[in-house]
Design a protein around this ligand. Structure first.
Ligand code: ADP
Ligand code: MG
Length: 240
């Protein structure tokens, strides 16, 4: 069953056409990688799906409900949650308070909230950092906290905008493992990533965006082998 349907979506800023004729669906419980060079329109697409911005053309459906005109908080309540390319955490709050606040925003209270926060900290391997203020967390910890806060909102569809940028290989493996656990729990994900290793390792399917249009859509092995994808931007260093 499809959890998300994007139908003929277009977006321009002033005279600049950033997305054009974008159509695709996401199957429930799948991980889809979204790749493309800088400026291709990936973050813009995530902004449109998450409700932070509005398309100029086309429609977006979440569980068959049209969402492209809904306010962002209503979209989040439906279970469509995104992270931001630039980390947004509260520096003065502890790690635990950061996650609690997200859970509270998502409607959790009392014992249920605390249990949920404990479970998420364990999954994201952040228990030992519970009392550390946001500003004192390392980059990998901040990245995992970002993911943890998104999880506290009980996502059905998670849009991840470069949550793994800047991580070393060991930290990447850890992050990939967390995404696999989430998929096993039935969370559908759209993952924006630059690193082909990550995309190849976790995606059931890959979408390639180039200059505002989708130029490929298919299983990862097939998509990276397409000459139009390689010519568009991949280059040797990405394809190995
Ligand atoms: P990506 O995430 O793939 O790197 P973006 O979606 O961030 O690409 O940007 C796509 C294009 O849209 C870029 O040319 C960018 O400058 C432009 N753009 C994005 N947001 C805005 C905005 N709010 N106003 C004007 N131009 C924008
Ligand atoms: Mg981006």
């Amino acid at each position: 069953m499809d959890i998300l349907e994007v139908r003929e979506v277009g977006k321009s800023f002033g005279g600049l056409q950033v997305l054009e004729g974008i159509s695709f669906s996401l199957t429930e419980g799948s991980i889809t990688g979204l790749i493309g060079p800088n400026g291709a329109g990936k973050s813009t697409l995530v902004n449109l799906i998450g409700g932070a911005d509005r398309p100029n053309r086309g429609e977006i459906y979440f569980h068959s409900l049209r969402v492209d005109h809904l306010p962002v908080w209503r979209i989040a309540r439906l279970g469509l949650v995104r992270t931001f390319q630039v980390t947004r955490i509260f520096n003065d709050l502890t790690l635990r308070e950061n996650i609690r606040l997200a859970g509270w925003t998502g409607g959790l209270r009392g014992r249920k909230l605390e249990t949920e926060v404990d479970g998420i900290m364990q999954l994201c391997e952040l228990e030992t950092k519970a009392g550390v203020p946001g500003r004192d967390l390392s980059l990998p910890e901040q990245k995992r906290l970002q993911l943890a806060r998104a999880l506290a909102l009980k996502p059905k569809l998670l849009l991840l905008d470069e949550v793994m940028a800047g991580l070393n290989p060991a930290e990447l493996d850890r992050a990939i493992q967390i995404l696999r656990v989430l998929r096993d729990r039935g969370v559908t994900m759209l993952v924006i990533e630059h690193l082909m290793r990550v995309i190849m390792g976790i995606s059931d399917r890959v979408l390639v965006l180039h200059q505002g249009s989708l130029i490929a859509d298919g299983p990862p092995e097939q998509v990276v082998g397409l000459s139009r994808v390689q010519e568009a931007y991949l280059g040797r260093r990405y394809v190995q």
